[in-house]
Design a protein around this ligand. Structure first.
Ligand SMILES: Cc1ncc(COP(=O)(O)O)c(C=O)c1O
Length: 410
């Protein structure tokens, strides 16, 4: 039985008052709150076994290394990866995508090769490819949206060609909430021998996912969007792909042997983890995965669906609201962006903040998508494991206050 009130007790920050009001945290797509177990796990590392990993022969170093590697295996199991060597710890989704662009793209992509993206990508899955396009002369193609906020699959089919080498696409839009048909896209890509990178930043926290069944080539995601600490993320790829990739960062721990003019890279995944990693972040992430596994990812997904349906129903009942993204609940996640009564999103968010409600306002690092929608900014509500229907009611009531304050705008 999913008991959201019991779950809320595990998150100390949810007891905080903001501007004298109970915190209503609805910006989970930006970052999620952390349960006490995650907070304690990171501080336990510093209190009890702080040492660098893969270096010291002394006991403390061995314990830290053992924990760090144990969590690599936990991450592999969480996404159904075949082995833990296919899991690279990065700083986050952004670094993971950059690692693919530089470690794989720079080596294998040539002038005239095509990389297919979509108009709904986060800047993290656009800018690295633009940089590579400047450097390598590759061609970027962007798949547009249908009116309902889903990907235009006809355009997708007509865009691919024998020059397509990579399809790099978000699992879930961080603005529209659209869940993309990853399985279908992987099949099409593999038919033309292209690789697929999934930006899982908004998908992995909510949707039970098995990379082996999906057969994705690369998957990037961030711990902080799934109850874990900031500064830690994952690049998953298949062994044979990682073996061929070049490192992004040169330095300590990513080599087997260094001589003055040359070096031999370490085995995967260490080749991609130059320098001292975010050990406390990894330890905390392990605890976040335990927390989600205990809830059950199917239950997490179900809880979000129920809340999203409720939020969509309540928001739709407001006059003067434009909600972006699919109306069909089966096609979307718990991210809902909207504009209200021609009031600037920053004004909406500021008024909500006075009532203790945290939502995101702006372009959400998706300016090309906002351009395509013909707007410069939107308000975004994003829900997660600890959110309740009462919090949505509170949001609606506060939006009604926005209406009163800005009624001249209607
Ligand atoms: C879809 C998507 N991709 C990538 C990112 C970047 O994640 P990070 O900042 O953790 O690297 C985000 C963050 O909001 C996102 O929503």
């Amino acid at each position: 039985m999913y008991d959201v009130y019991k779950i809320r007790n595990d998150f100390p920050i949810l007891k905080e008052k903001i501007n004298g009001k109970k915190l209503v945290y609805l910006d989970n797509a930006a970052t999620t709150q952390k349960p006490l177990s995650v907070i304690n796990a990171t501080s336990d590392y510093y209190k009890h076994y702080n040492a660098n990993v893969h270096r010291g022969v002394y006991t403390l170093g061995a314990i830290a290394t053992q924990e760090y590697e144990r969590i690599r295996k936990k991450v592999a199991d969480f996404i159904g990866a075949e082995e833990s060597s296919c899991i690279v710890f990065t700083k986050g989704t952004t670094e993971a995508i950059n690692l693919v662009a530089y470690g794989w793209g720079r080596k294998f992509l040539r002038d005239g090769d095509e990389v297919i993206l979509t108009i709904m990508e986060h800047h993290s899955n656009i800018v690295p490819w633009q940089i590579l396009a400047r450097e390598r002369g590759i061609k970027l193609k962007f798949i547009p949206l249908r009116d309902d906020g889903t990907l235009d699959m006809d355009s997708f089919y007509s865009s691919i060609s024998e020059d397509t080498k990579l399809i790099s696409i978000t699992y879930v839009s961080n603005v529209l909430g659209t869940i993309n048909p990853i399985g279908e896209i992987v099949k099409i890509a593999h038919n033309i021998r292209a690789k697929v990178l999934i930006d899982g930043a908004q998908g992995i926290p909510s949707i039970p996912t098995n990379v082996k069944n999906l057969d994705v080539d690369f998957l990037a995601f961030s711990a902080h969007k799934m109850l874990g600490p900031t500064g830690i993320g994952i690049l998953y790829s298949k062994r044979e792909i990682l073996e061929e990739m070049e490192p992004l960062l040169g330095g300590g721990e990513m080599i087997k042997r260094v001589s003055i003019f040359d070096s031999i890279w370490a085995d995967i995944p260490y080749r991609f983890e130059g320098g001292t990693p975010n050990i406390a972040g990894v330890i905390g992430f392990g605890e976040a995965i335990d927390y989600l596994n205990n809830l059950g990812m199917d239950e997490v997904f179900k809880h979000e669906k129920i809340l999203t349906a409720y939020a969509l129903e309540m928001l739709s009942s407001l006059d003067g609201i434009t909600i972006y993204g699919p109306k069909d609940i089966n096609l979307r996640s718990s991210i809902i962006s909207f504009n209200y009564k021609k009031v600037h999103p920053h004004d909406v968010a500021t008024i909500l903040d006075q009532n203790g409600i945290a939502i995101r306002a702006g372009h959400h690092c998706a300016q090309p998508l906002h351009d395509a929608l013909g707007i410069s900014a939107s308000c975004r509500v994003s829900l997660y494991v600890y959110n309740t229907k009462e919090e949505i009611d509170c949001l609606i009531k506060s939006l009604e206050k926005v209406e009163k304050i800005f009624s001249y705008g209607t």
